[in-house]
Design a protein around this ligand. Structure first.
Ligand SMILES: CC(C)(COP(=O)(O)OP(=O)(O)OC[C@H]1O[C@@H](n2cnc3c(N)ncnc32)[C@H](O)[C@@H]1OP(=O)(O)O)[C@@H](O)C(=O)NCCC(=O)NCCS
Length: 157
């Protein structure tokens, strides 16, 4: 399987927050934001894997640092940091864009672990990461440490 660079699977999306996404005071629900985090992480993992059914195994803790309101846009940016055999760590940053003020602020960052499954539902190998830059290597090493911690916490290492 040919290795792929992180740039080949990167994704960005902008989603306008509407009234059904929020509570009566206009604050967007955390669950709505997490849904979009999960969706974009899945797109990155699917692009990287190129095959298989992609499922989410874990989502690391996410702190909502600032409120997002109806009428703001969620701007999500996602990239793959680390690959084991069938599992992938995707980092998603979430910004909130206020059109009236022309301002964009970081509201959170999440690390999502996704696994590629074959037709029988068994974990299946995905391409390794082709790392070219110092930054990509650093992200990979940091991702490896986080994955080892996750697996340790889950009693799988
Ligand atoms: C994710 C899932 C496939 C793992 O199943 P499993 O029986 O542990 O499978 P395996 O032992 O073969 O492990 C498969 C991969 O998952 C990884 N994995 C399993 N549990 C993990 C955890 N808690 N954190 C990180 N990775 C994990 C393993 O390390 C392995 O990765 P590798 O092949 O890169 O080494 C299984 O728990 C599952 O199907 N969960 C439900 C997923 C789901 O429905 N998500 C929400 C909707 S998409």
């Amino acid at each position: 399987m040919k290795a792929k660079s992180p740039d080949e699977s990167r994704a960005e999306t902008t989603v306008l927050m509407m009234p059904p996404d929020a509570n009566p005071m206009g604050n967007v629900f955390g669950g709505v934001i997490l849904k979009h985090v999960d969706l974009i992480a899945g797109i990155v993992a699917k692009r990287h894997a190129g095959h298989g059914n992609i499922v989410t195994a874990t989502m690391d803790r996410m702190t909502f640092m600032r409120p997002v309101f109806i009428g703001n846009a969620l701007v999500l940016s996602a990239r793959i940091n680390y690959v084991r055999r069938s599992s992938m760590e995707v980092e998603v940053t979430v910004d909130s864009e206020n059109f009236d003020e022309g301002a964009r602020v970081r509201t959170g960052t999440a690390f999502v672990t996704l696994v590629a499954l074959d037709k029988r539902g068994k974990a299946t190998e995905v391409p390794q990461l082709l790392l070219k830059t110092k930054e990509e290597n650093k992200r990979f090493e940091d991702g490896k440490k986080r994955m080892e911690r996750r697996l340790h916490e889950a009693g799988k290492l």
